[in-house]
Design a protein around this ligand. Structure first.
Ligand code: TEU
Ligand code: CA
Length: 544
């Protein structure tokens, strides 16, 4: 595998609305991030991925952009962005921005001009004289009638997020110009929103029958996409020392490799979703009881199938996913399970991604009513579920309590002061009621805290290249509640073993750590003991 800083670094994702509010309006902002850079430095991360801060009417919290060259006043100004980049760079931290170019906001001037068929703009979006039966990611039809143009436009997300027409070379030039603008300003790469659905065949009349995402055969990994991404790479990315991570929905390792194989690297890595199905069937709204095997299977599949061909991104959380402790860990064994999950994931091969608050073990929100939720996907799904699918309100609320994206979007818990130190005023979304127990200050003064444990993992990763580049091998794969694997390079052999349950675990004989040194453990166990406590995780190392 070629070496690169994006493989060696650890990424920290910031959801700016919920990170830190510097000017007391209840909304996180860029100056707020700047004030908290010491926290990032202390943690040891090397790359920040910033969710969208561009101008936006906020139908989907910034994932609906109305001007790619400006910052939303809630977040600050371009000058604040320059300052953020500069200070991060002074600390050796790179900055990756979110690139949302599958769609724009309907309030973007391109869309306004396209609606009015202003010469040159008529084909910026997908228009159709007839309504097709495709359904959107947020529920309901994906084609919306526009009374001015008297045609239907495609929106795979909300009605206020019309899809750009990538077949149009001028649209592709616009995207390149946007990328160059930010790269020239100093950013170090992009997280490319839903990048594997940008190419579409819209002349096809209807989608094949499916309850969810009808029509997806006309846009998921459409063959045209490789031409578009190769063009972007050649004309823009290859001229900068930057990296790209593509958010790719419904993707398998084999298809992912078409994007990330080392010979072409249309994208440097992708976010896959298969392990997010560990507690759901096909889409997150069809919840199933979590079983460790259903997390291990996809994770280990991606490790094995990308091995020496492509690079993984390692994540359990982001701004779209409920908190990992609430899904895959245990509130009862809060700290142990948080540390076990981090051990299980971040010693695999790939670039680690930490979502804000994960490093202190933040959990799902306490919300009990629909009006506490803010997310458009959540609210639309409630409508769709109750009105179109005729599910009961109770049934839909149960789904929302489990799977809403708002669980990840409650304000960052900094300390025990009012509003958790996020803001001095009522935040745009309620603070999780457990902030007195779970916050950065409390973690910072405890050498056994989740935060300290994350610091240790990051420090170890910097010290031992085997953690970054070593080969991966499963051990005792079929064990239902143990996750064990080894990593090895020419110099070192690493062994990771996790008890994925509330019950003690007696290690099977296949797990051997004689002659190895215990590097890290989330319990005070004897290094030679063969009994793992609930959610215990250990990492051993041996020189070859
Ligand atoms: O998410 C894409 C996506 O697939 C989501 O709709 C995902 O399926 C869902 O959130 C899971 O609950 C990206 C962004 O990460 C998300 O925040 C945006 O809403 C979406 O694209 C549209 O830009
Ligand atoms: Ca603010």
């Amino acid at each position: 595998m070629n070496k690169h800083w994006s493989k060696e670094g650890v990424v920290y994702q910031i959801y700016p609305r919920s990170f830190h509010d510097s000017n007391h309006d209840g909304i996180g902002d860029i100056q707020g991030i700047i004030q908290k850079i010491p926290h990032l430095v202390n943690l040891g991360i090397s790359i920040v991925w910033l969710s969208p801060v561009y101008a936006s009417p906020n139908d989907d919290n910034g994932y609906d952009i109305s001007n790619y060259y400006d910052i939303h006043p809630d977040f600050g100004t371009l000058e604040d962005m320059r300052q953020l980049i500069k200070i991060l760079h002074l600390h050796g931290i790179k900055l990756v921005m979110d690139l949302v170019v599958n769609h724009t906001s309907d309030e973007h001037e391109w869309f306004q001009k396209s609606v009015n068929k202003v010469p040159g703009f008529a084909d910026y979006y997908h228009w159709s004289k007839t309504k097709k039966n495709w359904t959107s990611f947020f529920g309901g039809s994906a084609w919306e009638y526009h009374p001015v143009r008297k045609e239907y436009y495609l929106h795979l997300f909300s009605k206020k997020q019309p899809d750009l027409n990538w077949d149009n070379p001028i649209v592709r030039q616009e995207v390149k110009a946007i990328c160059r603008f930010w790269l020239d300003l100093g950013v170090d790469g992009f997280r490319c929103d839903v990048i594997n659905i940008i190419a579409k065949e819209t002349s096809t009349p209807q989608g094949k029958f499916a309850l969810i995402l009808r029509g997806k055969e006309h846009y998921l990994n459409h063959p045209k996409i490789h031409t578009y991404l190769q063009e972007l790479k050649k004309d823009v990315f290859s001229n900068y020392d930057c990296f790209t991570v593509g958010e790719t929905v419904f993707i398998t390792p084999q298809i992912a490799l078409e994007y990330i194989k080392e010979s072409t690297l249309e994208l440097d890595m992708v976010f896959q979703f298969e392990h997010m199905g560990a507690d759901a069937i096909f889409v997150k709204w069809f919840i199933r009881r979590f079983k460790p095997m259903n997390l291990k299977k996809p994770l280990s599949k991606w490790q094995n199938e990308l091995q020496s061909k492509g690079w993984n991104s390692l994540y359990l959380e982001n701004h779209d996913q409920p908190r990992s402790i609430s899904r895959f860990g245990s509130l009862e064994f809060h700290a142990q399970s948080a540390k076990m999950l981090a051990t299980m994931l971040y010693f695999q091969q790939g670039t680690p991604y930490i979502y804000q608050g994960q490093e202190i073990g933040m959990t799902n929100a306490h919300f009990t009513r629909l009006d506490q939720f803010r997310d458009i996907e959540t609210l639309n799904m409630f409508e769709f579920g109750t009105k179109v699918l005729h599910f009961s309100k109770k049934r839909m609320m149960k789904k929302i309590f489990y799977a809403s994206r708002d669980h990840a979007r409650t304000p960052m818990q900094w300390n025990q002061s009012e509003h958790a130190g996020f803001s001095t005023t009522t935040p745009w979304i309620e603070v999780n009621e457990n902030y007195m127990d779970i916050n950065v200050s409390k973690n910072a003064t405890d050498e056994h805290s989740i935060l300290s444990y994350y610091q240790q993992i990051i420090a170890l990763r910097k010290k031992f290249p085997v953690i970054v580049y070593g080969d991966y091998q499963d051990i005792g794969y079929h064990h239902p509640r143990m996750y064990c694997y080894s990593r090895s390079d020419e110099v070192n052999q690493l062994l990771v073993v996790c008890n994925f349950s509330k019950k003690p675990l007696k290690l099977p004989n296949i797990v051997q750590f004689e002659g190895m040194e215990l590097l890290l453990c989330n319990e005070s166990s004897h290094p030679q003991s063969r009994l793992l406590k609930p959610y215990e995780a250990r990492v051993y190392l041996k020189m070859k």
